[in-house]
Each structure stands twice: as C-alpha cells, then as structure tokens.
Design a protein around this ligand. Structure first.
Ligand code: VGL
Ligand code: ZN
Length: 205
C-alpha cells in the first residue's frame, strides 16, 4: 500500500507567513494534482504552543537564525510560527484538504522541536504517524511539502530508518535555504540514504 505524506503545508510557511519559504505557494497546485492519484493521504501540522522554545522570542538576547543548545540538542531559533489554532497554523486555503485522511500534529512539547513527522528531535516521543501507517498497511511513502531542508529531510530519513520505501516529489517541495546550498545538500543526503527523488509527473495513477 502506498500513501502520500504532506509535510507542513501551512500558512506560516507560505508567502506572507511568519516563516515563509520562497515559492512555497508554487507547490500547492502540484500537490492538488498529486492528491487524485492516492487512495491514502496523511498530512502533518507543525503545532507549537505560544511559548515554544524553538522561538527566538523565548530567548532574551538571541535572534532568529542563531543556533543554541536547547536541553542538550542543537536548536536553530525561528520566528514565532504555526502557533496552535492560529491562522498561520492552518493549511493553505488553496490546498484540497478534503482529500486528507488523517492529520498528525507535531512540535507541541514546548521544550523540544519536532522536524520529523515521526518523532521529536530526540527521537524519544513518537507522533503516532508510524503506528497509523502500519495500521493501514502502508509500505511506500511519497513525500511532498515544506521545508525540504528541515521537516521533509528529517521525515524522509526517519521513514527510511523505519523501513519504508520513500519517494520524494521534488517539484512538490521547497526549502528554507538558510545557508544557500542547504536544499541541494538535503536532497543529496536523502538520496544517499535511499530516498528516490522523483517529479510529480512520474507518479503513476
Ligand atoms: C519547519 C522550521 C521550524 C519545517 C518547522 O516545517 O520545515 N522548519 N519548524
Ligand atoms: Zn516549527
């Protein structure tokens, strides 16, 4: 069984959002066209409490983009984004959300970030995504969304570790590229771990 896994297609990661990914909106029509090819679609939402410690606003004297040690893990500080129940946390209005079968929420513990759709960054707390996919008999994942160099990368690498066959729909993803080259490096790293890089046009019905 195969499933489409949409990562964080939320307003705050789209142009006009607080952590906007360049050209993030361009993936929406591509994703909508992909949705019709899948019987099973699961989506993640970045879902932070207002006091989430990945927010630069929670650290006096620190700025967005700085890296700190957060309870023993390296943490890049972000602008406030995807605050629970905020407009920025909602899926894009242009995304055909009726096709989404299940939503996984991540990043709700204020003390730790969760780039991966499967686990918190310390890999101790599972989000429930793996259990849900297993219950549905999914062995093959097609991944799309935002952002290539953070949540997509960590989700795809965990998916490989968990034994899924993973295809990344490259034209249906965009990245932050905090340092130019980060997106290309992320694609290379995923490919080296066994993620197959494809284009949306390659997906069979
Ligand atoms: C993401 C940074 C912070 C992502 C989420 O969805 O890639 N990036 N939170
Ligand atoms: Zn986040």
């Amino acid at each position: 069984m195969r499933a489409l896994l949409l990562i964080d297609v939320q307003n705050d990661f789209l142009p006009g959002g607080s952590l906007a990914v360049a050209e993030g909106d361009q993936i929406i029509p591509i994703i909508n066209a992909c949705l019709r090819k899948f019987d099973l679609v699961v989506a993640t939402k970045d879902w932070h409490p207002p006091e989430h410690e990945s927010f630069a606003s929670q650290h006096v004297g620190h700025a967005v983009g700085q890296q700190i040690d957060l309870h023993g893990l390296p943490q890049i500080l972000w602008p406030d984004h995807c605050v629970q129940h905020s407009r920025g946390s909602e899926f894009s209005d242009d995304l055909q959300t009726a096709a989404i079968d299940h939503v996984i929420y991540k990043g709700d513990d204020p003390q730790i970030d969760s780039y991966s759709g499967f686990f918190d960054n310390d890999r101790r707390h599972a989000t429930g995504l793996h259990a849900w996919l297993q219950a549905k008999g999914v062995t093959e994942l097609y991944i799309a969304g935002l952002a290539t160099d953070y949540c997509i990368k960590y989700t795809a690498l965990d998916a490989i570790d968990l034994g899924y066959r993973v295809q990344l729909i490259v034209d249906a993803c965009r990245g932050v590229d905090l340092s130019p080259g980060d997106v290309n490096a992320a694609l290379k790293e995923m490919e080296a771990h066994g993620v197959k890089l494809i284009q949306s046009a390659d997906i069979a019905h």
